[in-house]
Design a binder for this molecule. Sequence first.
Ligand code: SF4
Ligand code: SF4
Length: 429
Amino acid sequence: MTSSSQPSCGGKKPAAASCGSAATPPPAATGCCGSSKPALGPPASGPDPAACPLTWFGRMIPHCLEYAEKAKSEGRPIVGIMCEYTPRELIMAAGAVPICLCGGSDKTISAAEEILPTNLCPLIKSTYGYMVQGSNPFLEMADLLVAETTCDGKKKMYELMAERKPMYVLELPQKEDGSAALERWALEMQGLKTELETRFGVAISNEKIERAIVEMNRERRLRREIASLMKSDGPPLTGRQLLDLKSSISCIAADIEQYEKALAMFAPAKPATGAEKRVRVLMTGVPLPHGAERVLDLVEGHGGLVVCMENCTGLKPIVDDVAEGTDDPLRALAEKYLRLPCSVMTPNSARRDLLRRLADEYRPQCVVDLVWQACLTYDVESHYIRRLAQEELGIPYLRIETDYSPSDSARIAVRVEALFETVRQRGAS
Ligand code: SF4
Ligand code: SF4
């Protein structure tokens, strides 16, 4: 494994963002903010780069580090999370700070492979490699890790991580239907609440949970509205720019301000130059943690525009909210999080329903399905996604299986170009 982008916070190598985070000053990212790569975004006469939300989120990791260090010094516990099934609201209601720890760097993989099998998903190896190296400051400062029984690789990694850090694992029901699953999951929410209360010596009232729900809903809504700008015929952002507009720590007040600013700044008054000529892509499959955006960059560097990303670093976790104002906010959390259509669910028809809906709203011309090597569940599901794209949506489909190494970038680029050629030929006929 060689380079992928390196997170940038001062001092120790920061890691990583995560399940729901990204942000890097990446090659294709920062259009109005001084990027060297072609990007869309506001016209040249647009906003001051220093005031641009893309510049702000380009320093997401240092901002998060500063925020987490301050919180820790004020006595707030730090809780590491590694999946979008984790109810951040409950951790926030305990007065703690939930931080995504999923690794997107290939630099930590060889350290992980001293213990983990080589034939394992790079996301798992990268995350664990940070622990082996002690190089993720967020992981190092964590008082507790919260995880779920999702895929087998993650579950076994959690066992190893538990040797060094306190770990609480929620048992995720994996059948998507049935009230028994919801009852079971609601009990797991209760178990996490008790763990947080006991460990951190706090009482988590319904009022505190409700406040956290409202905060998280506000952030989800803002991010959803920004993503909706991509529905336009001339989207004002690239997919990479949109991916970068988020944080490893949810609901930081300064980030919320930046989301509002981004919404006002990028709401397209007129189509951005060049956007309308690119092939509109819907990207699905595995998440792209911070540092692992290579395939997205390849797609956009070869004539594509990712107008919609369905995965866990895209719309999947934010397409809907937690119900507000209910008598039982803990149950409202259980309902929201159990709806998440991850490939660990069986069956996972909700993912296909979501893709149908997104295809209708974002009007992609093709589907790119990303599978990290050795991710069996997304790999098997690619069969359904191909069928959905080709037979139901009537658009070309490309499955890309890769890891964090750039060694196959040229081969991926050729396949992406061939896909776009097919799209153009269909448009011409
Ligand atoms: S893809 Fe599944 S396991 Fe991975 S972060 Fe999303 S919900 Fe969790
Ligand atoms: S990408 Fe697949 S194998 Fe990797 S952590 Fe997610 S579900 Fe597990």
